[in-house]
Design a protein around this ligand. Sequence first.
Ligand code: WTA
Length: 658
Amino acid sequence: MTQAPTIDSAHSDTVPVPASAATQTHADAATYKAMYAASVSDPEGFWREQGRRLDWIKPYSKVKNTNFQIPDVSIKWYEDGTLNVAANCIDRHLATRGDQTAIIWEPDDPATPAQQITYRALHDQVCRMANVFKAQGVGKGDRVVIYLPMIPQAAYAMLACARIGAIHSIVFAGFSPDALANRINDSEAKLVITADEAPRGGRVTPLKSNADAALLHCSDKVKCLVVKHTGGQTTWVEGRDVDVLAEMAAVSGDCVPEEMAAEDPLFILYTSGSTGKPKGVVHSTGGYLVYAAMTHQYTFDYHDGDVFWCTADVGWVTGHSYIVYGPLANGAITVMFEGVPTYPDASRFWQICEKHKVNQFYTAPTAIRALMGQGESFVESCDLSSLRVLGTVGEPINPEAWNWYNTVVGKGRCPIVDTWWQTETGGHMITPLPGATPTKPGSATTPFFGVQPVVLEPQSGAEVTETKAEGVLAIKDSWPGQMRTVWGDHERFMSTYFSNYAGYYFAGDGCRRDEDGYYWITGRVDDVINVSGHRMGTAEVESALVAHPKVAEAAVVGYPHDIKGQGIYCFVTLMASEAPSEELRKELRTWVRTEIGPIASPDLIQWAPGLPKTRSGKIMRRILRKIAENDFGALGDISTLAEPQVVDNLIETRMNRD
Ligand code: WTA
């Protein structure tokens, strides 16, 4: 297990709820305690009530029907109810807030005007896109891959799918053609929607030509809808490619929402695991939306009229739940930003907060660390008086970054919500509630309503009952936002999450619980690393490397990185005929970027004439992690190695000497 900026218990002084935050909240400390107790003593009653936050076509009579026991793992919430997600996120707001802004879109280039899309305009655009999808033969249960930049059409496409009952699968625009093709094929999508180009930080990614390259490896029946966004040149395949904006202008602005069962899949989102190919995490229609909406309201203390900004990309779960579904289900004003925090300069985030009078701001520790390094002047030059709540997500936040966020950005007025959750959980699981939870820098604090975390002893799997505990984090019972299955592979769902510790959902993270019952996430305990808040399977990078003709073998581990949290450290054994060189290093780096995408770009590549292996040939990753961490004094027992001398060689030529 590697973990970058360390969470040091010496920093664990409690920060009380700021006085200003205690006045206008959905939950104070007493309400939280009472509601939490009710949520776990009577989940059925609690979630029956919470389900009413949505509009149902046919109300549910059953609430919870869940089983964590292999071989019958099955998770169902509100199973006999029917509803439509797009109707909940749009139509039901039209009577009361049709002219209120739903989405504020802030483009990459600050000189381009922002767009305010009202709920009424959102309805029109989503219906039109839904009608275009239908005209292309997409119907209930069909899959649609969305490969778009952070433009309003990404949200329209998600909601258009939801409206007609199609299942979307968003592929982050930073992924390569190969990664895109794999996801199109695994989900057997009928259609992919992309844009000509994706501008980000003043540069453009040729998305359409990536899609063209991907589609060479897919069925020729897959249609390609193209949003002409920048107007950049693209090649056009007649009969396959469709100018989606032109079609939208020509179809009706009305589309009747499809009646969906609560357990029908809403979307698939591929995420990295410790082994094999990324898996398609499947989320539901009813339970997911209840959970996304409720967490959005409580965790951010969202009130009508507030401007909420989550800086994530819709290609990740954070963008699904907290740019689109949670906020829109709540009738919120949600900001969508196309660019990056440092373009044109390091004040961009804060300028946007000032410009749109953002009330709740939600970002990743890696962004905070990067901006912290640029100095305070970029923050000081902006008026941040509208901010009320600051959130973080994606990786452990180190106390230095937490304190900077608190004092420099929040001026000590804004509660910080450090939200622990996962693609699989659909929404926040462990998080402070503003106004209710005193915080500790580096701790995600206490569980959300209905969530029952436990700390397990890693070897025996026994539940540690003392408050103060250390071990692996698991969840005892289901919550509505939980993933339902792995697309096309329920066995893999059961074996990944329910087999290590029978009867629990195993999160894959290590954690510590302190004497106050606060949770401190210490990072992954499997072969997943967290690079700039992006989840990456080391196995994926390894298989990309060994696919290169000059590479014989590769082992990939994470190592502490000041900005990214973790960096990607590769040990590479070359074919006997090959000699190491700087050019080859560059070549391998480019190769991995092409195979997976720029987010998987290796930070350090060490030539390894041999890798430490057990006598049965298993690579000893524990040792490689230590070398990558530059902590080789504590290698532990290496007597089981087949050739102990390879370790000395690797230590001598190690790349990370910080
Ligand atoms: C890590 C992102 C510490 C964790 C929503 C988890 C965190 C993985 C936090 C999921 C946090 C997420 N503190 N670690 N507040 N939030 N993580 O699926 O290791 O992209 O298992 O979901 O990120 O990453 P994913």
